[in-house]
Design a protein around this ligand. Structure first.
Ligand code: MOS
Length: 701
């Protein structure tokens, strides 16, 4: 049942439109676009975490046959001053973190470039670095706001008094590790600088980039390079994952563009190695979370408080919104949240799948489990008792909130109802067995500023143009379905065009806002098209529309919800952890494509499992770098790490979101999984792990 011929295609399990091209190897990823005269870039990276470059010897590298250019801060083209320090590539002799670019070689082959880069000798005046995140640092500071624009701190009522008077309290500190996004396709930019051949004869830059947003890359690099936007074209039809690390342009894009200018007329191909990705393309900041809950004996919360300490880099602030979900999740009259940052000599942190919600639901969802144990209450019942009537933060009603329905449906499907809450009470052949639950949530965003064009073309097909990105999530397919539904034609009559700045402008694939934003825009463009041309257009008829504003967005709090269940087995003698079952139930409005939606949920849950059990970027504080910077030592969950994994959703009708009735689904799957695993491990063993990952040493008595 592909739904391919269904006239109204929303909801159908349409097979991926890009699937055949991908499995036959013909879908071009950034590195694979055929270019004439390719050259290859290999960077030189700083080997100190803080200091100054005192000398660079490029002689031996330049002397190699096949080397076209060696670029350092001494000869690099000047970039526009005052820009984003992460993007100010090779503009000074200062080193702000280990692994930062200090040079680049462009050569005729990748092997020559790599060898030559190893011959560039950089001397440093090394200064003491500081890369250690601690709760009690005396230089923690208060950022002006946290991402993507929330207040840093919030307070209502009197948390201290509520804690002092409460019958039951939890006051614990939880930590999440450094995580690296690690998409399958490495960050890649192919850059070409043409003189007088591009556009209307002016000089211009073409970038084949692995990105979550062609227009956002263009608008980030244009001012840095001192170019008008219309002199840059960014192309990205297919992307092999990003998880946020391709949501903003990082330094490698600028470096490739700079190199292309140095070897004008040649194409510069730059694919980062896996190891380089551990210092250059962002990561999720580690977090330290103090969570305090106060409740009466029936488990009704009187206070929720969350204080977060996290890191940013010295050259650029990134303030993860870790405590933001605690502001809206449960009812309590007294509440407070704070964020404090340490600016360290570390690589620049950035977006990673469910920034804020993913780390920020870990501490609170484990704390809720601790409270349930303290109150002698079922953890699902505890959550139901603290379900808010309206958003506790803003006082607005939720456009829809079906957390309770997800908890109940999950409990039914998982077989929760006959659960004995006693910890460490079930054994099976040397294994202690437990089950755990945690809530998920993610906001529903609609980004402004996209434009979609509908054009009636040859063969009765509708061209739908929007510069959106498909980072592997299913955008090609879902937008085709939305357009088919809006036009009331079969999906086979839609010719979608995305992934190119030559197309109408589109917002970034971030914040799970792609389909909600671009879909709303396409539906509006169809409305304009039908108003103008009716149902019998002629070839060449064309209409466009910009993303409409949502009049309901100020009236309602809009969030997706979910409930995640885990079964965990811990070996009595060795502490080994196994996860035989994961099950999630989500409430995400209308599902556009059940096939691609399921893979988003399962992917998110797998990444959450990975966070629970394996993932951790280990810093060597002596040198300031991540030592396990490859897939041999940075472990990511695979099929063997879980028995069965299931994702379900409930029927949710929310008329306030957008014309499709959909909420974003790319990120919610990772939210809550780690807490569910930790809670199940406690149920299995009686041991409460508060610091991720849940490695076996933490479960030995
Ligand atoms: Mo997502 S981390 O907002 O690209």
């Amino acid at each position: 049942m592909t739904g391919l011929l269904e006239p109204r295609a929303i909801g159908a399990a349409l097979e991926r439109i890009d699937g055949p091209a991908k499995v036959t190897g013909t879908a071009p990823y950034a590195f694979e676009h055929p270019v004439t005269d390719p050259t290859y870039l290999h960077p030189v990276q700083a080997t100190i975490a803080r200091g100054r470059i005192t000398a660079v010897d490029t002689g031996p590298a330049e002397a190699l046959d096949g080397v076209l250019a060696v670029i350092t801060h001494e000869n690099a083209p000047r970039l526009a001053a005052g820009q984003d320090a992460e993007l100010a590539v090779l503009q000074s002799d200062e080193v702000a973190f280990r692994g930062q670019f200090v040079g680049a070689v462009v050569a005729e082959t990748p092997e020559i470039a790599r060898h030559a880069a190893s011959l560039v000798a950089v001397s440093y005046d090394k200064q003491p670095h500081d890369v250690e995140l601690h709760w009690d640092r005396d230089d923690l500071y208060v950022p002006d706001q946290v991402n993507p624009g929330y207040p840093t701190d919030t307070a209502q009522g009197d948390v201290g008094a509520a804690l002092a008077e409460a019958g039951v309290t939890v006051d614990e500190t939880y930590t999440t590790a450094w995580y690296h996004n690690n998409p399958m396709e490495p960050h890649t930019t192919v850059a070409r600088w043409d003189t007088a051949t591009h556009r209307d004869g002016a000089d211009g830059l073409t970038l084949y980039d692995s990105t979550q947003g062609v227009h956002s890359v263009r608008s980030a690099v244009a001012p840095v390079l001192g170019l008008e936007e219309d002199r840059i074209r960014v192309i990205a039809p297919h992307v092999g994952g990003g998880f946020g690390s391709k949501g903003t342009a990082h330094a490698h894009v600028v470096l490739a563009a700079m190199a292309a200018r140095v070897v004008t007329g040649r194409s510069v191909k730059f694919a980062l190695t896996r190891q380089q990705m551990f210092s250059l393309v962002g990561y999720r900041t580690p977090t330290i979370q103090r969570v305090r809950l106060a409740a009466n004996g029936e488990g009704r919360l009187s206070a929720i408080s969350m204080d977060v300490v996290e890191q940013t880099s010295r050259i650029k602030e990134f303030a993860e919104q870790t405590a933001v979900p605690a502001r809206m999740m449960y009812a309590a009259p007294n509440r407070s949240t704070t964020h404090r940052l340490a600016a360290l000599d570390v690589p620049v942190p950035s977006w990673m799948r469910a920034p804020g919600e993913c780390p920020g639901m870990f501490g609170p969802e484990v704390a809720m489990d601790e409270l349930a144990v303290a109150c002698g209450l079922d953890p699902i019942e505890l959550r139901i008792r603290n379900e808010p009537e309206v958003d506790p933060e803003s006082g607005r009603p939720f456009s829809s909130r079906n957390l309770v329905a997800c908890l109940r449906e999950g409990a039914r499907r998982f077989g929760w109802l006959d659960r004995d809450p006693t910890p460490a009470a079930r054994r099976n052949g040397g294994w202690l067995v437990g089950t755990g639950v945690a809530s998920s949530t993610y906001p529903t965003y609609r980004m402004p500023g996209s434009v979609a064009t509908i054009r009636f073309g040859l063969g009765g097909r509708y061209q739908v143009q929007i510069g959106a990105a498909d980072l592997g999530t299913g955008t090609w397919t879902a937008l085709t379905q939305i357009a088919a539904d809006a036009l009331d034609v079969g999906a086979e009559r839609i010719e979608l065009q995305i992934g190119d700045t030559a197309l109408p402008k589109a917002s970034v694939a971030g914040g799970s806002s792609g389909i909600t934003s671009w879909g709303s825009t396409i539906v509006d463009a169809v409305r304009v098209f039908r108003d103008k041309f009716g149902n019998d257009p002629v070839e060449g008829d064309e209409a466009d529309a910009a993303t409409p504003e949502n009049p309901d967005s100020d009236r309602f709090a809009m969030h997706a919800f979910g409930a995640q269940f885990a079964e965990v087995r811990v070996h009595e003698d060795t502490g080994e952890v196994r996860v035989p079952r994961l099950l999630g139930v989500f409430a995400v409005g209308r599902v556009i494509n059940e096939r691609t939606a399921r893979s988003q949920f399962l992917g998110g849950m797998t990444m959450g499992l990975s966070m629970a059990l394996h993932e951790q970027s280990v810093l060597d504080q002596r040198f300031g770098h991540v030592v396990n910077h490859d897939f041999a030592e940075y472990h990511i969950a695979t099929n063997a790490d879980v028995g069965t994994i299931e994702a379900h959703w409930i029927d949710e009708h929310d008329p306030y979101l957008n014309p499709m009735g959909s909420k974003g689904i790319g990120e919610i799957g990772i939210v809550g999984t780690a807490a569910a695993v930790v809670n199940a491990a406690h149920h299995a063993t009686g041991i409460r792990v508060r610091d991720l990952p849940v490695t076996l040493d933490k479960l030995l008595r």
